[in-house]
Design a protein around this ligand. Structure first.
Ligand code: FES
Length: 140
């Protein structure tokens, strides 16, 4: 996130990408989330995702990114897409839908989308597990 961008950076990216790449309002660690997922990619970057669920629908998503700007753009997109969806619908979010939304995610960074979506899937699995065993939420 701190590397200097080349001069044509602003021209070569879509507005959607720029908005998602620089948004920071969802950077939050949540205590006792309904679902938590942590995934580290082969590049060493990590996304932690926290979901809050009400009436079987995802009410809010926050995350912590230890990685590149592309990953921040992808995690913000995943969060935007997931909020308001039912838990089942959220499984339909994929790296391809994230890349399509952003329009200018560099093709050699599709793994950033895979990382963000993977963290969401882990959070959804954790949420399913906690629904079956509500006492587990107290220990997350
Ligand atoms: Fe590692 Fe983006 S470069 S996930």
């Amino acid at each position: 996130m701190e590397e200097k961008e080349p001069a044509d950076f602003w021209q070569k990216h879509s507005l959607k990408f720029l908005e998602m790449a620089f948004r920071t309002d969802r950077h939050e660690r949540v205590r006792h989330p309904d679902g938590y997922g942590r995934r580290t990619g082969e590049c060493g970057d990590t996304v932690e995702m926290f979901i809050s669920v009400r009436d079987n629908h995802i009410r809010s998503v926050s995350f912590i990114v230890n990685g590149c700007m592309n990953t921040n753009a992808c995690a913000n997109t995943v969060a935007d897409m997931a909020e308001g969806k039912s838990r089942d619908e959220a499984w339909e979010i994929s790296p391809e839908t994230v890349a399509a939304y952003l329009e200018t995610l560099p093709p050699d960074h599709i793994h950033c989308a895979e990382l963000a979506v993977g963290a969401l899937y882990l959070a959804l699995s954790d949420c399913r597990d906690k629904c079956r065993n509500p006492w587990k939420k107290m220990y997350s």
